[in-house]
Design a protein around this ligand. Structure first.
Ligand SMILES: [Zn+2]
Length: 57
């Protein structure tokens, strides 16, 4: 099973590609969202697109 590590690495690379693609899609959704924020103690989260904005005082 010398190829096992290689198979895993190939899978990881594929998943990383997929993650980057999804991150890009999410970013685009969040950029076009009319945010509706829900405040929590440390940050606020948009209830529509899950965009998180930290609250700094
Ligand atoms: Zn939003």
């Amino acid at each position: 099973m010398n190829n096992h590590a290689e198979i895993i690495l190939t899978k990881i690379q594929g998943l990383e590609k997929e993650i980057n693609k999804l991150k890009g899609e999410l970013k685009s959704v969040q950029q076009h969202c009319e945010h509706q924020f829900e405040n929590t103690a440390l940050f606020k989260t948009c209830i529509k697109c899950k965009y998180v904005e930290p609250l700094y005082y």
